[in-house]
Write a protein that binds this ligand. Structure first.
Ligand SMILES: Nc1nc2c(c(=O)[nH]1)N[C@H]1C(S)=C(S)[C@@H](COP(=O)(O)OP(=O)(O)OC[C@H]3O[C@@H](n4cnc5c(=O)[nH]c(N)nc54)[C@H](O)[C@@H]3O)O[C@H]1N2
Ligand SMILES: Nc1nc2c(c(=O)[nH]1)N[C@H]1C(S)=C(S)[C@@H](COP(=O)(O)OP(=O)(O)OC[C@H]3O[C@@H](n4cnc5c(=O)[nH]c(N)nc54)[C@H](O)[C@@H]3O)O[C@H]1N2
Ligand SMILES: [Mo]
Length: 780
């Protein structure tokens, strides 16, 4: 258990991403998880036909896989799931929840897989073993007591299409659209922004486009840590001399250089591939200004060249809003754009020059764009850039949001959404004989609001670590403990399970790597990746325990005890044969899933139709739309009145050693940090200006809404290559700093990438001080 906070060991990392560091890191976790028996075999089947879909990120899996089609972090996720360590009944006999609440995230999950269905016993403050039948019966009885809208059905983005489809049907047949999911904290800005701009809620790029593109823009996504398999198509593109232009406040190693750890030639040779040909360290939240600057430069070039730079034909035939957008571009002066983006005019002109001479451009982006108050506008600004030269709806071009969880996009496709207007109501009603509730349900921040004000009384979690992943966690925990019912379907113990509310059940499930046998028949499942590709998979490893049940089985079990049976939903038949669930999915969504049973096994799976990729715009006006941002200033409506001069913008992000709230270790190799996550990365000038020195211990305080104290610390300052006025620290440790109301307008994605904070001196603990490293190690 790590209660004390050791001193940051900081030494800039000089190697490329991938390479030996990556290979070593994989060996290390296999050893620590004692997963060296099962995991190596499993890794051969990862992302392969008749194998399993990696449980880490949602990046596309090629139809022709490499011999080893996994990355460092995919291997960690596999080892994490196939660990031989177990959190069994004896563990809970030993530890009360009050005690476990003092443990770090790392230590909680490090004890391995949950093994038995558990029920919380308030008298002993412990989880006790129960039977599945008893759990279903009692949870069902509890759920029937609540009004349907008092219950929330959360999903975290890993469950298969089959389990997700059943889950949303359970919620709706129960009587509520309260179906928040992790997407509400992630790419909902994409779903809202792209839907309005180009008429689809998802990206238009597929893996094949990487082979034809002649220019790639990268905004706010850390490919080296969070979707490393994408480094392969990027490396291939670079070998064709395709320029990659990156916008990120910090120099992420995966975006700089890469050595393919699966290529002996590259591993032994001296050379790495340069990924980004231009690297622009934009200020946090400055992307809209940066893209506006590129658009301004393009406009100037267009005028100088007599109108050859913008694709006027495409604009006239396919878009609307162009004139208003151009007026907006002209309204902003260069000095204003430079100030807000933190970039020189010449840098933006350099990006524009490459863009203007490229014929097939794609834009890739991640949380650095969506998790802002202007998250939706950020996404739409990227679309504006593409539309200027007709870069949507042709091969090698398009918009490419990099989704997070491995099936998060698919969950939405099969109905996990709080908005009933997004599901085929008539089909569901006629097929399953119940009325889809009309009232809009709660998405994530609204669900949090309901938990705080007491209107939400029961919470079911299909995976995830809700209480740790949401904003304002210090406010949320006490509210959460007032829940009357807390049911979590999970693979490992996490913080959300430790705040039980009045009644709690913890239901352990199979992971997707594991064989799923129902009544003697091995089942297969399907997922949709970040490029809209739908594929079949099969878990092949031995299940981690005899008591574990498949998510499909658990949902069927709960449904049968909760619903009154008046619906025509064949839960038991579905549980026995997942092909029957797919049949139902295809009946509800025939355009996407027709003939699914055969197509999902085809070479590399099949793609859902994406009209925008064919230049069919399913928008309000039937055109692709230029949407002008209302302001360049992200927090214009948030007063940072107190101590404005001392306020810096904090982005909360992931290390290379975590999957969301799952912490694999305390190192962030690419950023050069070892042994701790209690650090804040800052520009040296800010450190000095604010009266601190690198290595100092500080507390961070949120600099908005002064009447509420939100703070996290102590953390150690690392002087880092990051723009002035910007800082970075790790999620989820910093979540108490993000106010619940501080979210993207229209998508309600928490603005986790732009939290105004101030710094305050803090005391390190004595043990940490003794281990303090020489100053020169801690500074850049
Ligand atoms: N190994 C691993 N893989 C993962 C995950 C994981 O935790 N670990 N999580 C999964 C999930 S759910 C998701 S959503 C994705 C997340 O993957 P990413 O989208 O890469 O998410 P973050 O790590 O939060 O980092 C976002 C990047 O945005 C940059 N950034 C922050 N603010 C700004 C800004 O204002 N402008 C610009 N241009 N850049 C900015 C940061 O410097 C950082 O490089 O990864 C998925 N894959
Ligand atoms: N400040 C800040 N907050 C953020 C973010 C940020 O960048 N900054 N990012 C946001 C984003 S993008 C996301 S997606 C959310 C993530 O939020 P969540 O999806 O809720 O969180 P995870 O950490 O992915 O959930 C991990 C848990 O899932 C369970 N689990 C793992 N595999 C399985 C499985 O196969 N089945 C089941 N049933 N359970 C399983 C395990 O018990 C594990 O402890 O966090 C968001 N919160
Ligand atoms: Mo995510």
């Amino acid at each position: 258990m790590q209660l004390l906070h050791p001193v940051a060991h900081y030494r800039p990392y000089t190697c490329a991403s991938g390479g030996w560091g990556s290979a070593y890191s994989v060996m290390n976790i296999l050893w620590r998880e004692q997963a060296y028996r099962k995991a190596p075999m499993a890794l051969f089947r990862q992302n392969k036909p008749k194998g399993f879909a990696c449980v880490s990120c949602a990046w596309a899996k090629p139809g022709n896989p490499h011999a080893l089609e996994f990355c460092e972090n995919g291997a960690k996720a596999t080892a994490w799931e196939l660990t031989s360590l177990r959190t069994g009944p004896d563990f809970f006999d030993k530890h009360s929840l009050a005690e476990l609440r003092d443990w770090d995230d790392y230590d909680l999950e490090q004890h391995g897989r949950l093994t038995h269905p558990l029920r919380y016993d308030p008298a002993t403050d412990r989880y006790q073993t129960t039977t599945w039948d008893e759990a279903y019966r009692e949870i069902g009885a509890q759920l029937r007591r609540f009004k349907p809208d008092e219950t929330v059905f959360y999903a975290s983005g890993r469950a298969s299409l089959e389990a997700s489809f059943m889950y949303q049907l359970l919620a709706r047949a129960y009587g509520t659209n309260n179906l928040p999911d992790s997407s509400n904290m992630c790419h909902e800005s994409t779903s809202v922004g792209l839907q309005e701009s180009i008429g689809v809620p998802v990206g238009t790029v597929t893996l094949a486009d990487f082979e034809h593109t002649d220019c790639i823009f990268f905004f706010g996504q850390n490919v080296g840590s969070n979707s490393p398999r994408m480094l392969h198509p990027l490396q291939d593109a670079r070998k064709r001399d395709v320029p990659i232009i990156t916008f990120n406040p910090i120099r992420e190693r995966g975006l700089e250089r890469f050595v393919n750890p699966q290529s002996p030639l590259e591993m032994l040779g001296p050379k790495s591939t340069v990924i980004s040909t231009q690297y622009h360290q934009v200020s946090i939240g400055g992307d809209t200004a940066a893209v506006m600057g590129i658009a301004k430069a393009l406009l100037e070039m267009d005028r100088a060249s007599g109108g050859t730079v913008l694709d006027r034909e495409f604009i006239a035939e396919h878009t609307d809003g162009f004139d208003t957008f151009i007026a907006e571009v002209e309204r902003h002066t260069w000095p204003a754009l430079e100030k807000r983006s933190g970039l020189d005019r010449s840098a933006l002109e350099a990006a524009a020059t490459v863009y203007a001479r490229s014929q097939r451009v794609m834009v890739i982006y991640g949380m650095g764009m969506t998790q802002h108050r202007h998250g939706v506008e950020n996404v739409q600004m990227l679309v504006n850039l593409l539309l200027l030269r007709g870069n949507i709806g042709k091969s090698g071009a398009g918009i490419c949001p990099v989704r997070g969880h491995s099936n998060v996009q698919g969950q939405r496709t099969v109905g996990i959404t709080e908005d009933p207007s997004k599901v085929p109501k008539d089909k569901i009603e006629s097929l399953f004989s119940f009325k889809v509730p009309e009232r809009k349900g709660l998405a994530t921040v609204d669900a949090c609001g309901g938990i705080v004000d007491g209107s939400v009384k029961a919470f079911i979690g299909l995976g995830g670590n809700f209480l740790r992943a949401v904003p304002d966690t210090d406010l949320m925990e006490p509210a959460w403990s007032r829940l009357e019912l807390n049911v979590q379907i999970a693979t490992k113990l996490n913080r959300t399970h430790l705040v039980p509310g009045q009644r709690a059940w913890l239901l352990p499930c199979l992971g997707r790597i594991e064989m799923d046998v129902q009544d003697g028949v091995e089942q297969v499942y399907s997922t949709e990746d970040s490029t809209g590709c739908i594929r079949a998979w099969q878990g092949r490893s031995e299940p981690g325990g005899e008591q574990l049940r498949a998510e499909v089985a658990i949902i069927a079990g709960l449904a049968q005890e909760t619903l009154d049976g008046s619906q025509q939903i064949p839960w038991e038949e579905w549980r026995r044969d997942y092909a029957k669930i797919r049949e139902a999915i295809a009946q509800v969504y025939p355009e996407i899933f027709h003939d699914m049973e055969s197509r999902m096994w085809e070479h590399g799976g099949f793609h859902r139709p994406i009209p925008a990729a064919q230049r069919q715009w399913k928008t309000e006006t039937g055109k692709a739309r230029f949407v002008s941002p209302r302001s360049l200033d992200e927090n214009s409506d948030v007063s940072s009145g107190f101590g404005a001069r001392d306020v810096i913008q904090l982005m909360t992000l992931r290390s290379n050693d975590q999957f969301n709230t799952t912490i694999y270790g305390y190192d962030d190799r690419f950023r050069g940090v070892n042994g701790t996550r209690r650090v804040v990365f800052m520009n040296r000038n800010d450190v000095v200006r604010l009266g601190f020195a690198p290595g100092d211990w500080v507390t961070l305080r949120t600099a908005i809404e002064p009447e509420v104290l939100r703070e996290v610390g102590p953390m150690q300052i690392i002087a880092y290559d990051i723009p002035v006025g910007c800082a970075a620290a790790y999620y989820p440790e910093c979540n108490p700093l993000v106010p619940l109301w501080h979210y993207a307008e229209r998508s309600k994605v928490p603005a986790a990438k732009s939290v105004p904070v101030t710094l305050h001196q803090a005391q390190p603990d004595a043990r940490a001080q003794k281990r303090a490293l020489p100053r020169k190690d801690q500074v850049l």
